[in-house]
Design a protein around this ligand. Structure first.
Ligand SMILES: Cc1ncc(COP(=O)(O)O)c(C=O)c1O
Length: 386
C-alpha cells in the first residue's frame, strides 16, 4: 500500500547542488594531465576558516573543553561580540539579548519564517531569488509572491512593486548584496523599504549574508531603520566558514522568545566548537580583507572580459561574488547551456532557472570566489568557446 508523503517531499532540488555534483563527476572523469574544471558554480570561498579561528579551536580542544550544548540562542560571549560587530560596522546599538546564533543563515530561515508567519501567509521577494527562500516557505505551507525584477531596479524589489500587490503581503525578503545578481539595495533604498514595511505591517526579513563583500556601495543594515525587521547573517561568506555551519539573527523584541523556543525544539543549539571559531574570526580582519581584495580583482577582470566573450552582465555587480550573465541571445535553455559549457569549455556555472524559473532560462550565474588564476583562465576559455 502506498504510504502518505508530506508536503515537504515536494521540495524541488537546489539545482546548484546538482551542478556541483556534475562538475565533480566531470573533474573525476578527466584523463591524467588534462586541464582541470574551473568551478564557478559554487558560492563558497576557496579559502578555509581564517587562521585565528582555527587556532582558537585548537586551543579549546587542546584544553580539553567539553563541547556540550550551549544555550539555544548561543554562547553569551559570541552574542555580545556580534552585538559589538553591529556597532563597529553600522554604528548601531544592538542589545546582545537580541542576537540569536544559528546553524548558518540556512538554520535561521525556518526559525524566522515559523516565528513570523503562518501557513498560507504571503511572503514577497524579488525574482531572481535565492532558491531555498521559495523552497523552504513552500515546504512550510507559506506562499512565496515573486516580484519580477530586472536591470531597471538592479534585480532588487522596490516600493512600487510592493504597492502594486493587492492585498499587501505578510512579509518581504530582501538580500543585499543579493544572490544571484550581486546587486545591492543602496542605503537610502533599504531605509525606505524598511520604513515602508514597518508602516504597512509587512514583516521584513533582511538577508545580510554577503555583508563585507561590497565593492562600490556602502553597507547598511535593516536593523538601523526598523525595530520590526529580522536580520539574518552568517559566517559562511565574508568570514569564509561555510562548513562550520554558523550564522546569526538580530531579532525584533516580539520574536525573541518565540525564536528561542523554536530553536530549543528544532536544533537545541548551534555547534559549540563552531561558536568558538566564529567568535575568534572577528579578530581576523587582515586575512579576511585580503580575500575581499582578491574577489574585487576577479570581479573587475571578469566584468571586463565576459561581455566580449558573449556573456553581457546587465547589472552592476556591486557585491557578493556573483555575476548574472544574460545569455538569452545564445540559448533559451540555461540548464542545457551550462551542461555544454561544462563539457566543452571545462567551466562550471549555475543555470538561471534555479533562481528564476521562467526568465532564468536566458541567464547563468558565475561565482568568482575561486582562485584568481582560475578566473583569468575561465575568461580565456570562454572567449574561445563560442
Ligand atoms: C543569499 C543567501 N542566503 C543564505 C545562504 C545560506 O548560507 P549559510 O551557509 O549561512 O547557511 C546563502 C548561501 O549561498 C545565500 O546565497
Amino acid at each position: 500500500m502506498a504510504l502518505k508523503v508530506g508536503r515537504g517531499a515536494a521540495a524541488p532540488p537546489f539545482i546548484v547542488m546538482d551542478v556541483i555534483a556534475a562538475a565533480n563527476a566531470a573533474q573525476a572523469a578527466l584523463p591524467p594531465g588534462a586541464a582541470h574544471v574551473i568551478r564557478m558554480e559554487v558560492g563558497q570561498p576557496g579559502t578555509g576558516a581564517p587562521a585565528g579561528a582555527v587556532a582558537a579551536v585548537q586551543a579549546a580542544l587542546g584544553g580539553g573543553a567539553a563541547m556540550g550544548y550551549t544555550e539555544a540562542l548561543g554562547r553569551a560571549s559570541l552574542r555580545a561580540r556580534i552585538a559589538r560587530h553591529s556597532q563597529e560596522w553600522y554604528g548601531i546599538d544592538i542589545a546582545p539579548a537580541r542576537v540569536a546564533v544559528t546553524m548558518g543563515a540556512s538554520g535561521a530561515f525556518p526559525l524566522a519564517f515559523l516565528a513570523a508567519f503562518n501557513p498560507g501567509d504571503r511572503i514577497a521577494m524579488a525574482a531572481p531569488f535565492y532558491p531555498p527562500y521559495v523552497n523552504i516557505l513552500t515546504a512550510l505551507g507559506m506562499q512565496p509572491v515573486l516580484l519580477p525584477s530586472g536591470p531597471a531596479t538592479r534585480f532588487q524589489p522596490s516600493i512600487a512593486m510592493l504597492e502594486a500587490l493587492d492585498p499587501l503581503p505578510d512579509g518581504l525578503i530582501v538580500a543585499s548584496p543579493c544572490n544571484p545578481a550581486g546587486t545591492m539595495l543602496h542605503p537610502d533604498e533599504l531605509a525606505a523599504i524598511a520604513i515602508w514595511c514597518d508602516r504597512h505591517g509587512v514583516r521584513l526579513i533582511s538577508d545580510e549574508i554577503y555583508h563585507g563583500l561590497n565593492y562600490d556601495v556602502p553597507l547598511s543594515s535593516a536593523a538601523a531603520f526598523s525595530k520590526s525587521a529580522v536580520v539574518i547573517n552568517s559566517f559562511s561568506k565574508y568570514f569564509s566558514m561555510t562548513g562550520w555551519r554558523i550564522g546569526w539573527m538580530v531579532l525584533p523584541e516580539d520574536l525573541l522568545r518565540p525564536v528561542e523556543c523554536l530553536a530549543q525544539n528544532l536544533f537545541i543549539s548551534a555547534p559549540h566548537i563552531a561558536q568558538i571559531a566564529a567568535e575568534a574570526a572577528f579578530g581576523c580582519t587582515t586575512e579576511l580583507q585580503a580575500n575581499v581584495a582578491r574577489y574585487r580583482r576577479s570581479r573587475d577582470l571578469l566584468l571586463a572580459a565576459l561581455p566580449a566573450a558573449g556573456f553581457p552582465t546587465p547589472s552592476p555587480a556591486e557585491g557578493a561574488f556573483y555575476l548574472y550573465a544574460d545569455v538569452s541571445a545564445r540559448t533559451n535553455d540555461s540548464e542545457d547551456f551550462c551542461r555544454r559549457m561544462l563539457a566543452e569549455a571545462g567551466v562550471a556555472a549555475s543555470p538561471g532557472v534555479d533562481f528564476d524559473r521562467e526568465r532564468g532560462r536566458g541567464f547563468i550565474r558565475f561565482s568568482y570566489c575561486g582562485p584568481e588564476a582560475d578566473m583569468a583562465e575561465a575568461a580565456a576559455r570562454l572567449a574561445r568557446w563560442r
